[in-house]
Design a protein around this ligand. Structure first.
Ligand SMILES: C[S@@+](CC[C@H](N)C(=O)[O-])C[C@H]1O[C@@H](n2cnc3c(N)ncnc32)[C@H](O)[C@@H]1O
Length: 321
């Protein structure tokens, strides 16, 4: 693999067919190929921004599981940072002063560093596997991650590494992980919405709502790689056990999004299945406001009456003794 002057591998956004074939039985290689390929368009695809909307979301997730008593953290590192969504927005929200982004995908690290530079934030970056973090013991006050644990083959090993690089008393916060039950209904709803949208738009009067077959084929290929990189779903109590067994104290998992997920997954799948120009600003505002209202319902009402394992997202925090 080619490397840059620091010894880190360089991005490979144009994988060969042989590499893609090899990735079918190698989830880490699949992760690198898939995320290197997606890095440049990732923010657009997932509506990631570095403004108030995403700052509020990132800071809200952090506060929901870890509170705000210890802010600001001086030195923080993100695992599986992608383009920097979580760490950069936490920095902008005043949670973190100085940051390091890491990711298995060189393309993602490159984009995260570019985003940080554009925002004028104090951030460095390394290409890194969460199971072997290239930093010394006792380096960070905080380690964070968003939507990364479910991609890591050996999650207990990653938590042992997180605790190794944290200073004593340091905290970790992981958010945006799928619960076991949530993933089941989200997938079913997604599949049903995809099937309905792609078939209904075959009707001649709805032809303008049909995406070109080549784009639909590309989405299906991406979905096939996604199936290789998505390795785990989590039961909140089991996740707490895994991080305690790795040596963490003060461990707590919380869950969120039930009504919001039941609405959000079909909407996201529908948006991927129709031509982008059909998604007007009015539609996007409607979808976002409805999602906000349903999130409010989840937080204020459903979280008091429904068991935590039926919500879609799980977040976990703990500290190094
Ligand atoms: C779903 S993306 C999330 C990116 C970002 N955290 C966000 O929320 O937008 C998962 C990221 O984890 C990275 N990743 C997957 N396996 C990893 C591993 N073993 N070590 C470090 N990063 C990994 C992928 O390359 C990808 O960028």
């Amino acid at each position: 693999m080619a490397s840059d002057p620091s010894g880190d591998p360089v991005p490979n956004p144009h994988a060969t067919e042989a590499e893609v074939e090899a990735a079918r039985s190698d989830p880490k290689l699949a992760n690198v190929l898939y995320h290197d390929w997606e890095a440049d368009t990732y923010d657009e695809k997932w509506s990631i921004s570095y403004d108030e909307r995403c700052i509020d979301y990132a800071v809200g997730r952090f506060r929901a599981v870890a509170g705000d008593a210890e802010w600001p953290y001086q030195k923080a590192m993100e695992l599986g940072s992608g383009t920097g969504f979580f760490l950069l927005n936490l920095m902008q929200g005043g949670v973190i002063k100085q940051g390091s982004v890491t990711d298995l995908s060189p393309g993602m690290v490159q984009v995260a560093l570019r985003n940080a530079a554009q925002l004028g934030l104090d951030v460095d970056g390394r290409v890194a596997d969460a199971e072997r973090i290239p930093y010394d013991d006792d380096t960070f006050d905080l380690v964070v991650g968003h939507a990364v644990l479910h991609h890591i083959p050996d999650v207990p090993a990653a938590f042992r590494e997180v605790l190794r690089v944290l200073k004593p008393g340091g905290r970790f916060v992981f958010a945006g992980e799928p619960t076991r039950i949530g993933d089941r209904y989200a997938r079913k709803l997604g599949q049903l919405t995809w099937w309905l949208t792609t078939n209904v738009t075959k009707l001649p009067p709805l032809a303008a709502w049909r995406r070109p077959q080549s784009e639909l084929d590309e989405s299906s290929r991406a979905a096939a790689l996604e199936a290789i990189v998505d390795l785990h779903t989590f039961d909140p109590a089991e996740l707490e056990r895994v991080v305690r067994d790795a040596g963490a104290t003060d461990v707590r998992a919380v869950t969120e999004e039930l009504a919001a997920a039941l609405f959000g997954w079909p909407v996201r799948t529908f948006e991927a299945a129709v031509p982008q120009e059909k998604l007007t600003l009015g539609w996007r505002l409607f979808a976002y406001k409805a999602w906000l209202r349903l999130s409010w319902l989840d937080e204020k009402v459903l979280s008091r009456i429904a068991p935590r394992q039926v919500f879609y997202n799980v977040l976990v925090t703990g500290t190094k003794p």
